[in-house]
Design a protein around this ligand. Structure first.
Ligand code: SAM
Length: 277
């Protein structure tokens, strides 16, 4: 299964940025209560579909926070990421918790999934906008049929073009309020590195998956409540924050809030027509 690319060589600004971020990623993650709550919403969504003892392929797995959660829930995970720093953190978790039988890691871009070998998967998962580093998602979906068992699920948590919370930035004169509408993508700045991010709507996703995948569900993540980057707001205005969260819970499954949000959680099912591709 481990067709490793050479370790520690970082060719792109995305790889360099996320490798640097890996050093403090878990600390930042745990100290942000919005991120922790968001992960729980994502797990709740996945639990609607996932079968016991599933074999999961995780794309842009970061330091393996979700991979560890899946393993602890009885699944096995092959966790991939393009940044060496992130893959090293996953490997440390494998060693620390003796998880070699249940968790494996591979430095691999989601645009090179043909590098993933071995047993077919029951689930493909990508969390928190890693796929927004990709301009054309067919570069990812093209390799999925060869990797999946019939009936496998795919859940991607991805940033769409319309986010009401971000648009409110207009009233504070923030130029970034419109960043998601730029046709060529928006420039992200992370750890002193610059790279492009691209925003994908649900209808783009449906096209990119094509006829071999059946769309099952979408829900908003941060449809009306503030995102993790607005942590200070949530701490300064706890009552407003909990009211917004309450409203969020009632609307996030319905149009348009299941499409207009900071992220959307979308699930598709592979119908098994691999030969048609
Ligand atoms: C915001 S982090 C999310 C990490 C993880 N999914 C989580 O929820 O903590 C985005 C991740 O996407 C990864 N990434 C970016 N471009 C990638 C690519 N082309 N292939 C695989 N991973 C990529 C980065 O290295 C980083 O680990």
């Amino acid at each position: 299964m481990l067709d490793q690319e050479p370790p520690l060589e970082e060719f792109t600004s995305v790889q360099r940025a996320f490798s640097k971020q890996a050093e403090h990623y878990d600390e930042d993650d745990l100290s942000n209560h919005i991120l922790v709550e968001w992960r729980h919403q994502v797990y709740h969504h996945i639990n609607l579909f996932i079968k016991p003892n599933s074999h999961i392929l995780e794309l842009n797995a970061g330091t393996g926070v979700d991979a560890l959660q899946f393993v602890r829930s009885g699944h096995s995970v092959h966790a991939t990421d393009t940044a060496s720093g992130m893959v090293q953190k996953i490997q440390q978790k494998i060693d620390q918790f003796s998880l070699r039988d249940k968790l494996s890691s591979q430095k691999c871009s989601f645009e090179s999934l043909n590098m993933v070998k071995g047993k077919k998967f029951d689930y493909v998962f990508s969390n928190f906008g890693g796929l927004n580093c990709c301009k054309d998602l067919t570069r990812v979906t093209k390799d999925l049929p060869a990797l999946l068992n019939r009936g496998a699920y795919v859940t991607w948590v991805i940033m769409p073009p319309v986010c009401l919370w971000e648009l409110l930035g207009i009233f504070k004169g923030k130029k970034a309020a419109f960043r998601r509408f730029q046709k060529k993508g928006a420039i992200a700045h992370l750890e002193g590195e610059y790279f492009m991010t691209h925003y994908h709507s649900l209808s783009d996703l449906k096209k990119d998956f094509g006829p071999n995948f059946l769309f099952l569900k979408t829900e908003g993540l941060g449809a009306l409540s503030p995102p993790p980057s607005s942590l200070k707001f949530s701490l300064k205005h706890p009552l407003v924050y909990s009211l917004l969260k309450k409203i969020d819970r009632t609307v996030r499954d319905s149009y348009p809030f299941n499409r207009w949000a900071d992220h959307i959680i979308t699930t598709f099912q592979f119908n098994g027509n691999e030969d048609l591709r």
